[in-house]
Design a protein around this ligand. Structure first.
Ligand code: C2E
Ligand code: MG
Length: 383
């Protein structure tokens, strides 16, 4: 499935009576919509940039009620049935009804069109990104990079965090911040997350002696945890790749846990398997002390914003001390994120912390480079 269609003047997009599998958003050009009534072809409408066509037969699964032809050169974004279904399935029933009603009027409703030469409206950009990411996952465009996690007391690398990147043929190397939020919103993060989990466990297993005794941290979003069978998938991945469960650490990145019994249950199941659980972004609005009490977390990752605060004037230091001592009293581990300078490393040591990661030690790198880093070690940087 291509995410964009380019039509020449006179090209037919679909014909009356066809099965409707896709809707289209016009990016540029004009599309004439016509229907045959009692043997006479009538032009019903003409749609242009920012307008959608072909959506009705997606919603009611009926045949196309009209044909569509390009009046001039036209570019269209394809919206698939699964993209529509995914959104409708997640909507409240009342919203769903409203949506269906609104869709009937969509051709007239979408007025925030871009003029020729202007950038695409956010809606089109969003759908295009989603479609490209889906085919990117299918075409093997995802890469997993790894950032070492060091232990300052033992002066070695004790594990690494797996961080996804997307090598898009059109966008270049895309950082997760540019596509993970969208993937979470649309549910694509479930497929993406399966790939990440499998690839990370496989990498750990393939690294062999170079990674002896080390663990891999995998970021998991709330959407994944809410999938029925998440823990089962984790168990299967561990069995397939042959790693010990305790060498897989899952970092939970979201605040959905409080409301979601499914996500909470998944965490307990993962814990029973022997996987270790970390609460990511600790100290920011996303994490809560209550989680630490109620859920089986083995440790916290202190948000990187605190790394800089450790060496600044003010209370940053005290907050880090408080978080370190809280974790210690509860018997949980701590990883400090975002160490960028020697001063920050030394400050952490002074405050009693020892496990950390950050650009100072090593940026995230592809697996081949990670292997080199594991062999060579980080030398002086570990102080
Ligand atoms: P995170 O889990 O907090 O991951 C750490 C992020 O901090 C990474 O950004 C890493 O490159 C960056 N970082 C590490 N050391 C330093 C430092 O010293 N200074 C600064 N300024 N940044 C540092 P990245 O790779 O861009 O990932 C961003 C976020 O995307 C991650 O934050 C995580 O929430 C999410 N993410 C990444 N991979 C995955 C994934 O496979 N699944 C899910 N669900 N989310 C992911
Ligand atoms: Mg993380």
């Amino acid at each position: 499935m291509s995410q964009r269609l380019y039509l020449q003047p006179g090209d037919c997009l679909f014909r009356q009576g066809d099965r409707g599998e896709c809707a289209y958003i016009v990016e540029s050009g004009r599309i004439r919509i016509s229907a045959t009534r009692r043997g006479t072809e009538l032009t019903l409408n003409e749609v242009g940039p920012g307008e959608m066509l072909g959506e009705l037969s997606l919603l009611d699964a009926g045949p196309r009620t009209a044909s569509a032809w390009a009046c001039d050169e036209a570019t269209l974004t394809v919206v698939t049935r699964s993209q529509i279904d995914e959104r409708l399935a997640r909507a409240e029933p009342v919203l769903r009804l409203l949506m269906r009603q609104a869709m009937r009027h969509l051709r007239r409703e979408i007025q925030d069109v871009s003029l020729p030469g202007e950038s695409s409206p956010p809606m089109i950009e969003h759908i295009r990104l989603e479609t490209e990411l889906l085919s990117g996952i299918q075409n093997g465009e995802l890469e997993l990079w790894y950032q070492p996690i060091v232990n300052l007391a033992r002066r070695d690398i004790e594990g690494f965090e797996a961080l996804v990147r997307w090598r898009s043929p059109t966008r270049g190397l895309v950082p997760p911040v540019d596509f993970i939020p969208m993937a979470e919103e649309t549910g694509l993060v479930v497929r993406l997350g399966d790939w990440v989990l499998h690839t990370a466990c496989e990498a750990l297993s393939r690294l062999g002696p170079a990674a002896d005794g080390k663990y891999v941290c995998v970021n998991v979003s709330g959407r994944q945890l809410e999938q029925v069978g998440f823990a089962h998938g984790v168990r299967e991945t561990i069995a397939k790749t042959g790693i010990e469960a305790s060498r897989l650490h899952l970092e939970v990145t979201e605040g959905v846990l409080i409301q979601s019994p499914l996500a909470r249950a998944a965490l307990h199941e993962c814990k029973d398997i022997g996987v270790r659980l970390l609460l990511d972004y600790f100290g920011t609005g996303y994490s809560s002390l209550a989680y630490l009490n109620q859920l089986p977390f083995d440790g916290i990752k202190i948000d990187r914003s605190f790394a800089a605060k450790m060496t600044e004037e003010g209370d940053g230091n005290k907050l880090v001390v408080a978080m370190l001592s809280l974790a210690q009293q509860l018997g949980r581990g701590v990883i400090m994120e975002g160490i960028e300078t020697t001063e920050q490393r030394d400050a952490l040591r002074r405050l009693g912390g020892s496990v950390c990661q950050g650009y100072y030690f090593c940026r995230p790198v592809p697996v081949r480079q990670l292997e080199e880093v594991l062999r060579a070690g980080l030398g002086e940087k570990l102080g």
